[in-house]
Design a protein around this ligand. Structure first.
Ligand code: UD1
Length: 430
């Protein structure tokens, strides 16, 4: 298994190209199931999760081709990929595939809307909490789906082959369930109103793409989304937005090591809340034409309390990285996780680097230390792994991060981007 070796202590200086967002690319790719025409997606990141979803969609009948192969462009290695689901050859998403990537469960929406039926495995447990699917089931039932669960599978059927528009109030904000209901309602008969919908930028990116395909969606990015169902959708060309989690991660890395880095292609509006928090820690955040410049010179890191919330609040996907930053703050900070239970697995590993953190329920109390010391560490999820990389960059001596496959799921060319800014970081292949 590959490892990442870091020798900490260097400031970061230079520029880092921000890739297309994993969490936007995945639902956009799934939307290709809604049409027999070609959906062309630009700025698709080269990540293990994207490759895995390509295989899963292939199982349902989606062909793909990469335009112009993998070219080195200014933005990095952004790819343009054509997805075509001329016909759906299988409406079953088996356990072997869904259990590998939870987001592949989302095929339930487009399959049901286009084919009138879907049989999709329950995703099962996950390293960051139980992550149930009750909202997907309840929402699809509101659109008329008949659903039963047997042997770990959800069998869903639309009476007379088509879903029907309705009003659904999400009892809890869910990104995935909002994606799925928006896709399903696009091909339903009549109007759907989704209340208490997720407002994440990835939701807006998907709605824009569906509208380019001929859907009639209004209000994406607000709590209320209205969808006028249409009979069919066509192909389109659409760009994946820049990754706000990658942006925030590298901004926190600079805030921790010190230095001056421009995050090329980054969009401040996608993570303003998080940028404000990073600024409060003492880093300078400067919007520039090409992206966002992050600087920190000399001064110490100020402690800041945060609570994770749905967008536009502080994202749970930046919580672990922020905790990494706070381990070296000049004082005490409180980090409260409200989105996922059990999302503090990085605490024990950060402690191995010398961090002082105590847990009280959903809150971590971080007592800043003046220095961290490198050590072998390992993480059990994507964002936790990258928090250890950030801490390793600031720690004295050598840190090895094991189980690199977590990082490969969501961070494109991580070691190349960081070493390009002066970090001593390399991948050691097993
Ligand atoms: C997406 C992101 C993930 C991010 C999360 C929250 C992708 C591929 N993943 O995950 O990186 O951390 O949003 O911003 O975009 N819930 C239920 N019932 C349901 C569905 C969800 O109780 O039917 C709960 C979850 O357990 C969780 C909360 O709702 O506690 C939010 O989850 P959700 O927004 O659905 O996360 P994902 O879409 O899985």
């Amino acid at each position: 298994m590959d490892r990442i070796r870091i020798v900490g202590g260097n400031e970061l200086t230079g520029s880092i190209p921000i890739s297309g967002a994993k969490n936007a690319a995945l639902p956009l790719m799934i939307a290709s199931l809604l049409t027999d025409d070609t959906l062309t997606l630009e700025n698709v990141p080269h990540l293990a999760d994207v490759e895995q979803l390509i295989r899963i969609l292939g199982n349902h009948g989606v062909d793909y081709s990469v335009n112009g192969r993998r070219e080195k462009q200014q933005e990095g290695y952004a790819r343009t990929i054509n997805f075509t689901a001329r016909s759906i050859v299988d409406t079953t998403a088996p356990y072997e595939l869904v259990s590998k990537m939870r987001a592949s469960f989302w095929v339930i929406g487009p399959l049901l809307a286009r084919m009138g039926e879907a049989r999709v495995s329950l995703p099962g447990g996950c390293a960051i909490g139980t992550r149930p699917v009750d909202l997907f089931i309840e929402g699809l039932q509101k659109l008329g789906a008949e659903i039963d669960i047997d042997s770990g599978y959800i069998n869903a059927r639309a009476p007379n082959g088509r879903l029907t528009g309705n009003r659904y109030v999400f009892p809890k904000v869910s990104v995935g369930a909002t994606h799925v209901l928006m896709m399903a309602a696009s091909l339903a008969k009549g109007e759907t109103v989704l209340e208490n919908a997720a407002r994440e930028p990835e939701i807006v990116n998907l709605a824009d793409c569906l509208n380019a395909m001929g859907a009639k969606i209004h209000g994406a990015g607000t709590e209320t989304i209205t969808i006028d169902g249409v009979d069919s959708l066509s192909g389109a060309r659409h760009a994946v937005i820049p990754d706000r989690i990658e942006t925030g991660t590298y901004a926190m890395a600079v805030a921790m090591t010190g230095g001056d880095v421009t995050l090329e292609n980054a969009r401040p509006d996608l993570l303003q809340g998080a940028l404000d928090v990073i600024a409060q820690t003492g880093a300078e955040i400067i919007p520039v034409n090409s992206g966002i410049r992050v600087k920190r010179n000399g001064a110490g890191i100020s402690p800041v309390d945060i609570t994770t919330e749905p967008f536009p609040g502080f994202p749970t996907d930046l919580q672990a990285q922020f905790m990494g930053l706070m381990t070296m703050a000049e004082g005490k900070s409180r980090i409260t996780e409200t989105i996922f239970e059990n999302r503090f697995m990085h605490v024990q590993e950060l402690a191995r680097l010398g961090a002082h953190i105590t847990l009280a329920g959903q809150t971590a109390i971080v007592e800043g230390v003046s220095k961290l010391k490198g050590a072998p560490v390992m993480a059990t999820d994507l964002r936790a792994s990258v928090s250890l990389v950030i801490a390793g960059l600031a720690a004295e001596g050598e840190t090895t991060v094991n189980r690199v496959y977590h990082l490969d799921r969501g961070f494109e060319r991580l070691e190349e981007k960081l070493s390009g800014c002066g970090a001593t970081i390399e991948r050691i292949s097993a």
